[in-house]
Design a protein around this ligand. Structure first.
Ligand SMILES: Cc1ncc(COP(=O)(O)O)c(C=O)c1O
Length: 355
């Protein structure tokens, strides 16, 4: 007798604006997992899906790209940064960088790296901001600056232009440093700028990329993508030592194939971005709402009266970003619908009207 099928414990139609990682699995990705299922395959990445993945990534990132699938973005950042540095070296990043504020100190604890942070009001590093820390080489008292790490799009939803990245990377290289890109949302940035993924990475000299999958519709999975093999050492060993080596790797790899072999990455990113633009349009004109950062990819930031935020958060999931100024963050995902946006805007108008 077959077991009784499980029934959902959640409402499969409920969507909020808390994070793009609240979304489920894109149906094409879920189907791909099924395709890779059945039979036995060699574990730890020696399966046919992972072997094929190099070609999939090289089609986007060029012939030198090497891909190392991992479980999550924190792991990708830790493994990538560790592979680029020695124990006495440091990483320059924005104060707001995910590696600084949202990884529980993993780059410091696991990779043993000192982070040198700079205040970047819009989340973006510039060569001038990097210069605050780009000194002291040869001084045995100072953790030696080795990597400039930046995110595209940033934690504040901003998007570097191709030229801004090129200038930042060139500046790092001019100082003998390397460039690391946290591309958890690189797809959203590329879609927003209407450029290929490589235009913001390989073509502007980025050395190592953490490429995001989860926020683009994967169940889970990110990848360390080495764009400059001379910039790293021991990635495979570091991945294992950082507990990021999946034994059943075929199921991570096939998800990336589903995302990148066709245009799913672009469709998903364009859609999420369009929903953020729509949301900003729908709520930006409401009395009591101040858009604090105009959406450039799939994030909308706004300042609201505290009581309205409190009531809205009982109706929809989203995070308060900066409590001191009443700033909230709304993220859209590949599965956000226009109806979701309308429902949210209507509810917000109601709560503002009830004051
Ligand atoms: C910029 C950035 N980097 C990396 C990550 C990935 O983190 P993780 O998969 O470890 O949650 C996130 C997730 O929110 C992110 O926003």
């Amino acid at each position: 007798m077959p077991e009784r099928p499980l029934t959902p414990r959640h409402d499969p139609n409920a969507r909020g604006f808390a994070s793009d990682n609240y979304a489920g699995i894109h149906p094409e990705v879920l189907a791909a997992i099924g395709t890779a299922n059945g039979g036995h395959q060699v574990s730890y990445g020696e399966d046919v899906y992972t072997e094929h993945l190099t070609d999939v990534f090289r089609a986007h990132f060029g012939d030198r790209a090497q891909v190392f699938p991992v479980f999550n973005g924190t792991g990708a950042n830790v493994v990538g940064l560790q592979a680029m540095t020695d124990r006495w070296e440091s990483v320059i990043c924005a104060e707001t960088a995910h590696i600084n504020v949202d990884e529980c100190g993993a780059p410091e604890k696991v990779a043993g790296l000192k982070l040198l942070t700079v205040a970047a009001p819009d989340g973006k590093l510039t060569p001038e901001l990097v210069d605050a820390h780009a000194w002291g080489w040869g001084d045995q008292h100072r953790a030696q600056p080795r990597v400039v790490s930046f995110a595209e799009s940033t934690e504040l939803g901003s998007v570097y232009t191709r030229d801004e990245i090129a200038a930042l990377v060139a500046h790092a290289h001019d100082h003998g440093m390397l460039a690391h890109l946290d591309g958890s949302r690189l797809a959203n940035a590329a879609a927003a700028l209407d450029v290929p993924l490589r235009a913001l990475s390989t073509d502007v000299g980025v050395d190592v990329l953490s490429f995001g999958g989860t926020k683009s519709g994967l169940m889970f999975g990110e990848a360390v993508v080495v764009l400059n093999p001379e910039a790293v050492r021991g990635v495979a060993y570091l991945r294992k030592a950082a507990m990021q080596l999946a034994s059943k790797m075929r199921f991570v790899s096939v998800q990336f194939e589903a995302l990148l072999a066709g245009d799913l990455w672009l469709r998903n990113a364009r859609h999420a971005n369009a929903m953020a633009t729509l949301l900003a349009e729908r709520v930006g004109g409401l009395d009591g709402v101040t858009l604090s950062r105009m959406p450039q990819a799939n994030a909308v930031f706004a300042v609201l009266p505290a009581d309205v935020t409190e009531r809205m958060q009982k109706r929809f999931r989203f995070y308060t970003w900066n409590e001191s100024i009443g700033e909230v963050r709304w993220m859209t995902a590949f599965d956000t619908t226009e109806a979701d946006v309308e429902a949210f805007a209507t509810a917000l108008a109601e709560e503002l009207g009830a004051r």
